[in-house]
Design a protein around this ligand. Structure first.
Ligand code: PNS
Length: 174
């Protein structure tokens, strides 16, 4: 059995398109559990993102600047390979509801099969955040709804700009 590393590094991977207050809550709690926490954006995602990787890196850096042991990065390819290359022994994921569990269990078991030395650790979302997702935030603001309190204020500003610009170009095209 491998000994506990002197410095425990955890990776919190995701799309973060954009970061929500649910992600932020998990990062805050994770930052207290590990020596270092790397928030890592997946680059080669099949989904069409609203924000580029650079924009998402900027947003994460803005929001996480106060956390001295939290770093922002991006990765391509297999998560476990990236984690191993970073010297991480933990993958951190959040579970909001039972509906998240099936996908997360499958990923955790597959990742363990690929690299048994890397553990997936789940934190339950706080009640206040268990209904928030990046997808719903984008849908709500796209339809003119109020997203205050769902994302950090700086992210809300960027979302408003993006959707106002999109609205303007659609209006121009008409
Ligand atoms: O925010 P998301 O979309 O739920 O994050 C999903 C993510 C990035 C954790 C997952 O898609 C992933 O790890 N992708 C990297 C490719 C990989 O390792 N695939 C095998 C997973 S078992």
């Amino acid at each position: 059995m491998a000994a506990k590393p002197a410095t425990v590094i955890a990776i919190y991977p995701g799309s973060f398109d954009p970061i929500t207050n649910g992600h932020l809550d998990l990062i805050e709690r994770g930052s207290k559990l590990f020596d270092r926490l790397v928030v890592a954006i997946l680059c080669n995602d099949e989904k069409e993102p609203l924000f580029s990787v650079e924009e998402r890196m900027d947003m994460l850096r803005e929001v996480l600047s106060g956390y001295s042991n939290v770093e922002v990065d991006h990765f391509e390819g297999l998560l476990v390979d990236y984690a191993a290359a970073r010297g991480a022994t933990v993958l951190l994921r959040g579970i909001r509801a039972i509906s998240d569990y099936e996908k997360e269990l499958q990923m955790a078991l597959m990742n363990r099969r690929l690299r048994p030395d890397i553990e997936t650790l789940f934190l339950m979302s706080s009640e206040a955040h268990s209904f928030i997702s990046s997808r719903l935030v984008k849908e709500i603001i796209g339809l003119g709804g109020n997203i205050a309190g769902l994302v950090p204020p700086s992210v809300e500003v960027r979302l408003r700009k993006r959707f106002n610009a999109a609205g303007a170009s659609v209006r121009q095209a008409k």
